[in-house]
Structure formats: C-alpha cells, structure tokens
Design a protein around this ligand. Structure first.
Ligand code: DND
Ligand code: ATP
Ligand code: MG
Length: 273
C-alpha cells in the first residue's frame, strides 16, 4: 500500500470490510446518544433523491424513533430543497417514501438564489460564474436547514462520507456545514450497501451520484467532474491497489483540500505549512 494511502485510511477511519447490520446499529446508536446528550428535539436533513441523503435520512429517522422509545419527544424533519423544479424529483419522492420521516416540508431555494445572484452581480459588476453559483446553492441549502433547526431546537445532519471527504468534494460551509456526520468513514459502495440493507429501493442505492449544482450542466455526474471513478476512490480507501494515475489524482485532491477537513487555521496551527 502507498504510504499516504495508509495515512488517509487512518485519518478518515475507513474499514476495508464492514458488517452492514453492525454499521447501521453503530450509526443509529451514535445519532440517538448524541441527540440525548445534546438535549435536542431531533434532526433535520435535506433529501435530494441521491443515495447519501437517503441513507442519512433513514438513519436520522430511526434515531428519532429510538430516542422516543426512551421517553423523549424527538422528531426527524426531512426537507426538500429544490432549486426551482428538480429534474429527478421522482427520486426525491421515492427517498421520502423510504425514509418515512416524522415531518416533511419543502423549502425552494430558487428565489433566494436568484436574489443572491442579482445582488452579487450588482455589487461586483460581474456575472457570477455558474460554478460559484453552484456553491451558493449548497450554502443556501445549509442556511435553510439551520433556519429550521434554530427555530425548532434541531440538529443538522451532514452526509459527508470518506469518498467525498478524501477529495474535498463538498462545498465548504455548504453541504460541509453540519452538526453531525453519521456517514463518516464509509466508502461510496458502503453507503450503497447500508441503504440496500435497510431496504431502500434499488433505483436509489444504485443511482449515479450528482452534486447537481450547475445551471449549465444539470445532473453532471460527480465522476465526470472529479475525473475519477468512485470504484477507484473506494478501492483506494479500502487499501486496495489502484492504477498509479488514479492514486496520484486522489492524493492531489486530498492535499489541496486539507483546509476543508479542519477548523479555520489560527496563529497556533502548523498543519498547513
Ligand atoms: N488553503 C486554503 N486554506 C483555507 N481556505 C481555503 C484554502 N484554499 C481555498 N480556501 C477557501 O475555500 C474556498 C473553496 O472551497 P469551496 O467553496 O468549497 O469550493 P470548491 O472546493 O472550489 O468547490 C466545491 C466542489 O465541491 C463539489 N460539491 C459541492 C457541493 C456538493 C457536492 C456533492 O457531491 O453533492 C459537490 C462542487 O461540485 C465543487 O467541485 C475558497 O473560496 C477559499 O475561501
Ligand atoms: N435538491 C436537494 N434537495 C434537498 N437536499 C439537497 C439537494 N441537493 C443537495 N442536498 C443536500 O446536500 C447533500 C450533499 O449532496 P450530495 O449530492 O453529496 O448527496 P446526495 O444527493 O444525497 O447523494 P449523491 O452524492 O449520490 O448524489 C445531500 O445529501 C442533501 O442533504
Ligand atoms: Mg446528489
């Protein structure tokens, strides 16, 4: 195994093989215990129709139910956060059916994104790039979830897992902004495996991943943007040998995204040197 590969696996806490039932129990247990320790009223999570939020949502719902069994009045809130009309809305609805949340709502971020873009362009006298606007969409989704959480005493679930964390493939303080990360340490195929194990529909656990943040290229696949296959990322994280070009690309992403896996650097930090 490559030297950096071993370090990354340890830093991200990835297991080469997992027992799906054990991992589900460990993660529902974590969410339940955290809820109780934080004295919170429940969890909120955006449900996109992708596999990560399908799994994160179901785990959140199971934790809310388990805390209720212990006498607390906790609830899981699923929130649809479309940007105007979402092309794969049918997948989002299938995810909601599977998650079976205590409460559901829709908060359309489209009007807020439009207003934000308009003021940006006025202030800077420049058109906001489609890429930058995509990150603004992810941050407005974060704001919507925190607005709901703040009023109702909830915590925000984040869906970051090892296959996104290793490349920094998330928006800093956007989908990267959350209170708890129940999928931490999982590879993408392990996320799929747990979703299947919980009885999720194949159309969701087998779905092609997309950040779906671009107006100009809707549904662009993560693999196309990254120039990497999740199978290679997962193999690398599970300690297997991958082609040198893929390993080097993963390590390049890892090194340039170190700041995304840390608190903001202050004068006493040296990790960035
Ligand atoms: N060395 C450094 N130390 C401290 N901070 C540093 C830094 N370099 C940049 N930064 C800061 O980080 C910012 C760039 O980070 P960020 O704003 O995240 O932007 P960036 O990493 O450039 O873009 C986010 C990427 O994540 C992908 N994404 C986003 C959301 C969801 C998903 C998904 O899979 O669903 C994927 C998206 O497609 C895109 O490729 C810079 O503007 C700067 O403020
Ligand atoms: N349209 C949306 N509606 C609600 N939540 C969203 C939407 N788009 C993104 N999110 C939130 O942002 C998170 C990050 O998006 P990401 O694309 O990584 O996950 P996913 O869509 O659940 O799965 P996949 O990565 O396989 O597409 C999602 O898990 C979800 O919580
Ligand atoms: Mg997605």
């Amino acid at each position: 195994m490559r030297e950096l590969q071993a370090k990354i696996i340890e830093e991200l806490g990835v297991k080469a093989t997992i027992d799906p039932q054990e991992e589900i129990e460990r993660r529902v247990g974590f969410l339940t215990d955290y809820l109780i320790a934080a004295n919170a009223k429940g969890y909120v999570l955006g449900i996109s129709g992708g596999v990560d939020s399908t799994l994160g949502g179901r785990l959140g719902q199971l934790a809310a139910e388990r805390a209720r069994e212990q006498g607390l009045s906790t609830e899981f809130f699923a929130v649809r956060l479309p940007h105007h009309v979402q092309a794969d809305e049918h997948h989002a609805q299938a995810a909601l059916d599977f998650v079976d949340p205590d409460r559901r709502m829709t908060f359309n971020i489209g009007p807020a994104v439009d207003a934000f873009e308009k003021e940006h362009d006025l202030a800077t006298d420049r058109r906001m790039s489609d890429f930058n606007k995509g990150n603004a969409k992810a941050r407005l989704r974060m704001m919507a979830q925190y607005a709901i959480a703040g009023d109702l005493g909830l915590l925000v679930i984040g869906t970051d897992h090892a296959a996104e964390s290793v490349t920094g493939f998330f928006t800093k303080y956007g989908d990267g902004g959350a209170d708890v990360l129940p999928l931490a340490g999982l590879t993408k195929r392990q996320v799929r495996l747990l979703t299947k194990e919980l009885g999720g529909p194949e159309e969701l656990w087998n779905k092609v991943p997309t950040a779906d943040l671009l107006d100009d290229d809707p549904g662009r696949t993560d693999e196309d943007e990254l120039g990497l296959a999740y199978d290679d990322i997962d193999d690398y994280l599970e300690g297997k040998e991958v082609a040198t070009a893929a390993a080097e690309r993963i390590e390049w992403y890892f090194n340039r995204s170190r700041h995304k896996r840390r608190m903001p650097a202050d004068v006493s930090d040296t990790w960035w040197r």
